[in-house]
Ligand binder design. Structure first.
Ligand SMILES: Cc1cc2nc3c(=O)[nH]c(=O)nc-3n(C[C@H](O)[C@H](O)[C@H](O)COP(=O)(O)OP(=O)(O)OC[C@H]3O[C@@H](n4cnc5c(N)ncnc54)[C@H](O)[C@@H]3O)c2cc1C
Length: 467
C-alpha cells in the first residue's frame, strides 16, 4: 500500500504525529508492533506546553474522558520532615495533566484512528526500510507488509529499530532504574502538584494520575539491588523515610502487595535525526532521565515541528533539514537541564548536599529563580541563555557559601569533588552546545542527505567541509 506518511510506532509520539499530519490533510499509516500496547512502564505527566499542543490537535478531550487530572506545578521536598517548596507552572501556560500511561495510549489510539486519512495497524513490527536511489521510500514489516510513503517517521521509542536502520549511533548511557508504584487514596502534600522527595539514594517523583491515585517513580541507582525481592527490600529500607505520611504507608503497602513495575532509565543523545525521506521523533530521537517529565512534551514539539516543516517545505529534504535544525536547540536544552538537575538531586554526599542547599536557597530567594527554573523545566522557555545564567548562579552561590562556612569555622576550604564534577559536566555540555553552533547545526539549510545516513563523525566532517 502507499501513503503520504508512514509512522513506525503507535506510542505517544507516533500518535501525536499522526494527528498533526492528518490535521494538514496528509494520508497517514501508523504501524505498531504490539497487538495492544507496549506493556512497559512509561511517562504519565504532561507539562502545559504538551497539553496545549494536544488540545490544538483535538486530543486533550479524549484524555480527560480517559481520566486525566489537572497538574498545576511542582513541589520539592529537600529531605525527611521538611516542608515542600512550591514551583508553580507559569500562570499563562495553563494546566499540565497526569494520566495512567496505558489509558492514555488507548484513548489516543481510539481518537487518532478515527481521524480522516489515518490508518492504524497493530501487530506489525517494522524490520526493514524500503530504499531506492539513496532515499527511504517506506518500510517492510516482519509480517510481510510493505508501506510506501513520501516520508517515513521513526516513532519507535528509545530502542528504535528505524534509528539503527538509518545508521545513526547515538551516545547512550544507562543511568538508573525506576521502580513505579501506584497507590490509592492518599492526598499529596500539595494537591494537584508533581512532587520530588529528596533525602534517599535517588529522587522520588510522585504525581496524581487519575481516579484518586498517586504514582510514585522511585529512582534506584543502577546495580544497588539485583532481583525483584532485593529491589523491594532496598526501596523499603532506604526510601521510606524521605516520603511523608500517609504516602509512605501507602507506598510500603503497595510494594509489599503488588508485583514490581519499573524500567531502566537511559540518556540517549543524537543530533542527527533525519535522512533522505526519513525522520526520528520522540524517544527514537533521544531521551533524558525522567525526573523532569519532559519526554512527552518534547514529543509534541517534534510532531508539530515536523508536520509544520513539511507543510511549509513539502515532502523534500528541505523539510526534514529544517526540522533537524530547529529541533537541536530544544533537545540540547532539555538534555542539559535534566542532566544538571539529576546530577544535583541523585546523591547525598557532601557536595550534592551543598548543591541541593544552594538550589533551595536560590528558589527561596524570590519568584525569579522559581519562575526561571519552571519555565525551563516545563519547556515554556526554549532559550539557552536563562539556563546558563541560572546554572552559573546556583554553582557560584554554592561555592561561595562553602567558602563562607569554611572561613567561619576557620578550616581550610576545599571544593567537594562532586561539585567539581557537576561543574565539569556542565562545562562539557556548554562546550558541546557551542561546538554544534560552530558546526552550523542551528543555521545551515543544506546538509548532504542520503541513505544510509552518515555517521556522526562523517556528518561532522561534511559540515566542517561545507562551513
Ligand atoms: C520511567 C519513565 C518515566 C517517564 N516519565 C515521564 C513523564 O512523567 N512525563 C513525560 O513527558 N515523559 C516521561 N517519560 C518519557 C515518556 O515515556 C516518553 O516520552 C513517551 O512514552 C513517548 O515516547 P515515544 O512515543 O517516543 O516511545 P514509546 O512510548 O516507547 O512508544 C514507542 C512505540 O513504538 C512501538 N514499536 C517499537 N518498535 C517498533 C517496531 N519495530 N515496529 C513497530 N512498532 C514499534 C512500541 O511498541 C511502542 O508502542 C518517562 C520515561 C520513563 C522510562
Amino acid at each position: 500500500m502507499s501513503s503520504d506518511v508512514v509512522i513506525v510506532g503507535a506510542g505517544f509520539a507516533g500518535l501525536t504525529a499522526a494527528a498533526a499530519f492528518a490535521a494538514r490533510g496528509a494520508r497517514v499509516c501508523v504501524l505498531e508492533s504490539h497487538p495492544t500496547f507496549d506493556p512497559r512502564f512509561r511517562g504519565e505527566l504532561i507539562h502545559p506546553r504538551g497539553v496545549r499542543a494536544l488540545e490544538g490537535l483535538g486530543l486533550k478531550a479524549p484524555l480527560l474522558r480517559a481520566g486525566a487530572v489537572r497538574v498545576e506545578g511542582f513541589a520539592v521536598s529537600p529531605g525527611p520532615g521538611s516542608a515542600p517548596l512550591q514551583l508553580p507552572y507559569p500562570q499563562s501556560a495553563g494546566e499540565g495533566l497526569g494520566i495512567d500511561h496505558h489509558a492514555m495510549v488507548s484513548a489516543l489510539r481510539e481518537a487518532v484512528a478515527a481521524l480522516p486519512g489515518v490508518e492504524l495497524r497493530t501487530s506489525q513490527r517494522v524490520d526493514a526500510l524500503l530504499v531506492e536511489s539513496g532515499r527511504v521510500r517506506g518500510v517492510r514489516t516482519a509480517q510481510g507488509h510493505e508501506v510506501r510513503a513520501a516520508l517515513t517517521i521513526g516513532a519507535d521509542g528509545r530502542a528504535s529499530k528505524v534509528r539503527t536502520l538509518l545508521g545513526f549511533s547515538p551516545e547512550q548511557s544507562l543511568l538508573s532504574y525506576t521502580v513505579a508504584v501506584g497507590v490509592e487514596g492518599p492526598v499529596l502534600p500539595v494537591p494537584a502538584h508533581g512532587h520530588v522527595f529528596l533525602g534517599a539514594p535517588g529522587p522520588v517523583l510522585a504525581y496524581p494520575y487519575g481516579d484518586g491515585r498517586v504514582r510514585m517513580c522511585i529512582d534506584v541507582p543502577w546495580g544497588a539491588a539485583k532481583g525483584k525481592d532485593a529491589l523491594k527490600q532496598f526501596v523499603t529500607t532506604q526510601y521510606a523515610e524521605a516520603v511523608p505520611e500517609p504516602l509512605r504507608s501507602a507506598m510500603l503497602r503497595s510494594l509489599a502487595e503488588r508485583p514490581l513495575e519499573g524500567c531502566a532509565n537511559h540518556a540517549i543523545s543524537t543530533l542527527e535525526c533525519v535522512a533522505a525521506g526519513a525522520a526520528l521523533i520522540g524517544e527514537a530521537g533521544g531521551c533524558s532521565h525522567p525526573l523532569t517529565a519532559t519526554g512527552m512534551t518534547g514529543a509534541t514539539f517534534d510532531a508539530l515541528l515536523l508536520a509544520s516543516s513539511v507543510g511549509e517545505h513539502g515532502f523534500g529534504d528541505e523539510a526534514v533539514l529544517h526540522y533537524q535544525r530547529e529541533r537541536v536547540a530544544f533537545v540540547r536544552l532539555r538534555e542539559s537541564f535534566t542532566a544538571a538537575l539529576y546530577e544535583i538531586f541523585r546523591a547525598q554526599d557532601e557536595g550534592s548536599a551543598a548543591l541541593q542547599a544552594g538550589i533551595f536557597r536560590y528558589w527561596q530567594q524570590g519568584d525569579r529563580g522559581r519562575l526561571a527554573s519552571m519555565g525551563i523545566l516545563s519547556c515554556e522557555d526554549l532559550r539557552l541563555s536563562p539556563f546558563v545564567t541560572e546554572y552559573t548562579r546556583v554553582m557560584g552561590a554554592t561555592a561561595a557559601e562553602l567558602l563562607r562556612s569554611a572561613l567561619r569555622e576557620k578550616r581550610p576550604w576545599t571544593l567537594p569533588s562532586r561539585i567539581a564534577s557537576v561543574a565539569a559536566t556542565g562545562l562539557r555540555r556548554l562546550e558541546q552546545v557551542f561546538a554544534h553552533a560552530a558546526q552550523g547545526y542551528w543555521r545551515k539549510s543544506s546538509l548532504s542527505l542520503a541513505y544510509p545516513a552518515p555517521s556522526r563523525t562523517d556528518a561532522g566532517r561534511a559540515l566542517d567541509a561545507a562551513a
